[in-house]
Ligand binder design. Structure first.
Ligand code: GLP
Length: 241
């Protein structure tokens, strides 16, 4: 695992932006895996700036997001589809019909998982997958205990995860209890993974991810086994390494 320490959040976002643009420029039909949460917001702002200044085009790209809440529609401000539309997709030239997230309002979420997984497989390998890190070691919404060989599936969210994400909702009761997420195996099949971590609150999780035992009880630990992972973090997040 390559570890890049940056002086602050903005430089972390810039380094991730450089990697993503490099991937888009190197491939004729780049396939990107994208994440939500607070951490990649700076990356998306920088990508929009680079697009606006003519340095990159996403016309040939396809994107697959990691996850989506079950029960939220695309126009719900708390859905990840809404987040991606507003923080990235509507500001760049990525074709609408190649920007994929699991459908949170699918009438049959289990079927939606199978459909989504098949779409990822049909697109070929993900060239670059962006990941954030949950405080309990989750990646996407793969909570502790998720089998390493899992593919896209429906998860019951941990109470700690619901609480961590409650800041975006009116109250904790409004936070969905289930989500659809790419599985660990789906994520591990990406050619390259860039994991972004920022802030002191992630320091313990980063330590466990890098130095801890590889165990399903801490899903992100599996990244130790991937041959092409770049961990980019600011000083606070990497302070316990
Ligand atoms: C959320 C998302 C993850 C994200 C993580 C960290 O629950 N499902 O994909 O990486 O939590 O979020 P943040 O970047 O806001 O700390």
């Amino acid at each position: 695992m390559e570890i890049i320490q940056t002086p602050n959040y903005d430089v972390m976002s810039q380094r991730a932006c450089d990697l993503l643009i490099e991937t888009v420029q190197q491939s004729e039909r780049p396939v990107l895996g994208l994440a939500t949460g607070s951490t990649p917001e700076g990356l998306y702002k920088q990508l929009i700036e680079q697009y606006e200044s003519g340095k990159v085009t996403f016309k040939q790209a396809t994107t697959f997001n990691l996850d989506e809440y079950v029960g939220l529609t695309a126009d719900d401000p708390n859905s990840y589809r809404y987040y991606m539309d507003n923080k990235l997709f509507h500001h760049i030239d990525l074709p609408d019909d190649r920007a994929f997230l699991p459908k949170g309002d699918a009438s049959n979420p289990e079927q939606e998982c199978r459909t989504y997984e098949t779409m990822i497989q049909n697109a070929g390998q993900v060239d670059l997958q962006v990941l954030g890190l949950g405080l309990n070691g989750h990646i996407g919404f793969n909570e502790p205990g998720t089998p390493f060989d899992s593919r896209t599936h429906v998860v019951e969210l941990d109470e700690t995860t619901r609480q961590a994400n409650a800041r975006f909702f009116a109250s904790i009761d409004d936070v969905p209890t289930r989500a659809i997420t790419m599985g660990i195996n789906t994520i591990m099949e990406s050619k390259k993974i860039v994991l972004l971590v920022s802030g002191e609150k992630k320091a313990d999780a980063v330590k466990q991810l890098v130095n801890g035992e590889v165990t399903e009880e801490f899903p992100a630990s599996i990244l130790q086994k991937h041959e092409n992972v770049v961990l980019i973090g600011d000083e606070e997040a990497l302070s316990k390494l």
